[in-house]
Structures are given as C-alpha cells and as structure tokens.
Design a protein around this ligand. Structure first.
Ligand code: GTP
Ligand code: MG
Ligand code: ZN
Length: 430
C-alpha cells in the first residue's frame, strides 16, 4: 500500500522536524507503536514505544503496529521524536528567542503566547492554538502560573530555564547521546469570519519556538552533542531580547523613577551585544551565510521590562498598536505606529548603548526595535532569599504579542491586516 496516502490529504513535499531540524519526505515518517509489548525504541530512553515503518493501515489511514493495535502518533525518521500531524500540511515558521540569562525570555514567551491566543481570535479573526498540547505542556504551565493562577494574590515566579532536564529530549545515535531542546508548537489559521478564510490552506502556519537558557548563548555552549540553539540556522524570525536593567547606563538613568529591584537592589550587568555576535557566528557556521554578508531574515531587538524604564521613552502604558476596521471583529495592525516606535527606540538605544545597535545592524539587513513588558510591573524581591516574585493579579502585559504580530504582518502570510498612519486608510484584509 502506498504510505503517502495514509497521512492527511494535502501533504507537503518535505517536512522539517522541529526537534532535530532534519528535512524528510512524508513517506519516510515512522509511527509510534501502541501495543504494550512493543517497547524500548533504539533512539529513545528505555521503555519508550518502538517506532516503525508501517505496512498495514486502517481505512481512516492510521497505521497498525505488529501487535495489531491501531496507532495515531507519527515521529521523525531521524530522531524518532513525536511530531504533530499539522506539520505535514502547514509550512513551519521557526522563531528563535535569544538573550542573556534573566533578560526575560521565559516571561516573554509565556506572555506572548497567552496574549496571542486571545488577541488573534478577538481582533484578527485568526486562531492561535497548541499544535499538540502534550508538546506544549511546559509552556502551558508557565501561562497558567502567570495568568490563570488560582492564588492571584500570592507572589509567584517562573523558574530559571536550566541547561538540561525537563525542557530537553535526549536521543541516542549509535554511541552518542544528543540533547535537543523541546519545541513549543502552535498553529495559526484564519477563522471562519476572516475575509481570506478560503485561502487558509495556503496561509496557515505552524510556529515552532524554543525556551533556551541564557547560558546556551555563551561561546562553546552549542555543540554536536548539545545542539540546543541549532534552530537559529532555521529561524525565519530572530528575536534578540535586550534587557535595559542589565545595562549600567540605562540603570543610572532610570534609577530615580522605579522601585524595580533589578534596577535598584541586585543589579545584574551583562555585555548583551556579545549574544548578537555569538548568534551571528552560529548562523554563519550552520548556513551558507558568508562572513561579510548580512543576514536577510528579520532581526527584532525586543527591549524587555518596559515598565522599569518607560520614563526614558514615553507613556507609562504602551497603546495597543491596532485599529478597528469596517468589518466587525477585524482590526488592522498600525504598521506606521509600530515603525515609529521602532525608530524612537533605536534613537534611545543609540544614545545609551550604540554598540548594541551597531552589532545588530552589522549582522542583519532588517532590524526593528520593539519595547515589551511581559508583566506590566516589576517583581518584588524577597528580603531573605533575594528571589524575585510577582503577584499574578498585578500582571498586565504590554506589547508582548506585538513582535510576532508585526513580523507576521510585515513578512509573512498577509493574514494580519495592516493600516497606515492615518488610521482610516486600511490596507490588507480590512
Ligand atoms: N520589571 C519586569 N521584570 C520582568 C519582566 N519580565 C521578566 N522580568 C523579571 O526578569 C527576571 C528573569 O526573567 P526570565 O523570563 O526568567 O528570564 P530568562 O531570560 O528566561 O532567564 P534564563 O532562563 O536564566 O535564561 C525575573 O525575575 C522576572 O521577574 C517584565 O516585563 N518587567
Ligand atoms: Mg528562562
Ligand atoms: Zn527529528
């Protein structure tokens, strides 16, 4: 029987594994056995179900394992890790979130996905959903901790991202173990009342994003056995998170205007532009990008913890950068407003840390600067332990969704409507 017929209808010619980034043809997909005796897969930790190339299928197209049990999960033929079926139908969009330790990557990831689930549906007639809730379990627990916490008055925190453990899969190749970061996968599709709903097959995307530890961007931390940031080479969208509270020049200027312990009590200082140099090196080493060429994919410099440094920039709360259109429940992203903020933020960064702007712009052709506050307020520092926590009831993110919305609108599917500065003149889908 022809294997390609068994996986969903409009198959893509090639699929990229979000775990090991191997490109494979759908017909090479392996399936995950269900029969309890079929255990101890060669690549995975002991006890994991065997992966197999099927010869028998049900009429619905699911494989039958050698124990006669119907199977539903499919996996990558190289690393044997489970991949969602949506990958066979939708083009992937790899997003890399980079930055020094404690610059705010995990909080940003949680706030971004939480906001996008609601805003995409309510304002842009798009759905943003887990491609596979089991794969997104850790990120979902971050969101629940911050935004659905049953004890909203009790100070809480997200744990520091470790360089090993729960966020990684270990795969055995002959005698070598390789550690891959677990991807978080989301599908983006137009919903029924979107004007381009009929084009959804062409415009849907599967987003693959990772939560790396900041230490993984230090020199020497990515290797053959530990390719934890290899997504950089595949990345369609690079986000570099710059944390002004780690910069003494920013701290000196905003110290008088904030109680944030990251500014006043326990400052962490980091040479953050070194991360840009490191990601540039890794991308050059793993792609055909020459030493003197600029990267052609967009680089977003996401400037985190806006709540701590807003006085250096403007209003206390950033306004939502989208306007309503004539169509109910469909907004248009105001690109001019976003670009204006980007220009003003570039000026501020140029004044205080020109080496950062220069590193970003000498690496990538298109660089944009976007302020974000994942929490909308600063954490409190525990008097004894110094651990920083925040009360879930106080959390009100600002612009956490904007970097991805902006990138989708400007560089990708055309599914996010956009408008110009006049706010009446709507282009795109509006
Ligand atoms: N004021 C303020 N603090 C924030 C914000 N987002 C995160 N933080 C604080 O920044 C600290 C680090 O945040 P994380 O998201 O864990 O940082 P990370 O980049 O994931 O760090 P690693 O996992 O070590 O790489 C925490 O103590 C948060 O309370 C924000 O929007 N505003
Ligand atoms: Mg983290
Ligand atoms: Zn793989």
């Amino acid at each position: 029987m022809n294997k390609t017929r068994q996986i969903p209808i409009r198959l893509r010619n090639s699929v990229t594994c979000p775990h090991c980034w191997h490109d494979f043809s759908p017909e090479d997909t392996v399936w995950v056995s269900q029969h309890l005796d079929l255990r101890d897969d060669i690549r995975l930790e002991d006890g994991q179900p065997l992966r197999f190339t099927p010869t028998r299928f049900t009429v619905q197209g699911n494989a039958i394992d050698s124990g006669g049990v119907v199977c539903e999960q499919v996996a990558c033929p190289r690393c044997h890790l489970v991949v969602p079926r949506a990958l066979f139908e939708m083009p992937p969009l790899f997003v890399s979130i980079t930055g020094t330790p404690s610059c705010g990557k995990s909080y940003f990831l949680a706030a971004m996905t939480w906001q996008l689930r609601r805003i995409m549906a309510k304002s842009f007639a798009m759905s943003f959903a887990d491609a596979d809730p089991a794969l997104n379990r850790v990120l979902n627990s971050y969101e629940e901790n911050l935004f659905l916490n049953p004890e909203p008055d009790k100070a809480s925190k997200l744990n520091k991202t470790e360089e090993g453990g729960d966020l990684y899969n270990v795969v055995r190749y002959d005698k070598q173990n390789v550690t891959y970061p677990k991807p978080f996968l989301f599908t983006i599709k137009p919903s029924e009342h979107h004007p381009k709903y009929h084009q959804s097959a062409r415009s849907s995307r599967i987003i693959s994003v990772y939560d790396n530890a900041g230490e993984s961007f230090e020199p020497g931390k990515d290797s053959r056995a530990n390719p934890v940031t290899r997504h950089l080479a595949r990345s369609n969208l690079l986000m570099f998170l710059f944390d002004p509270t780690q910069d003494p020049r920013f701290r000196d200027t905003c110290r008088l205007h904030t109680q944030d312990p990251q500014v006043v009590n326990q400052p962490v200082t980091a040479r953050q532009e070194t991360v840009i140099h490191e990601i540039a090196d890794r991308i050059r080493n793993n792609t055909s990008l020459g030493q003197n060429e600029k990267h052609t994919r967009p680089l977003l410099v996401v400037v985190t913890k806006y709540d701590a440094w807003w006085r250096m920039f403007g209003e206390e709360r950033l306004k939502e950068p989208w306007d309503s259109t004539r169509q109910e429940n469909l907004c248009a992203l105001n690109l001019s407003a976003v670009l204006d903020v980007s220009r003003r933020l570039r000026d501020l960064l140029w004044e205080h840390c020109p080496e950062l702007v220069s590193s970003a712009e000498s690496f990538a052709k298109q660089v944009y600067y976007l302020p974000v506050s994942s929490t909308g307020c600063g954490p409190e520092s525990d008097a004894e332990s110094g651990i920083m926590k925040i009360r879930p009831k106080d959390i009100r993110p600002m612009w956490a969704e904007t970097p991805l919305l902006f990138a989708l609108s400007r560089f990708d599917t055309g599914m996010i409507a956009h408008s110009d500065r006049s706010r009446n003149n709507t282009k795109g889908n509006g």
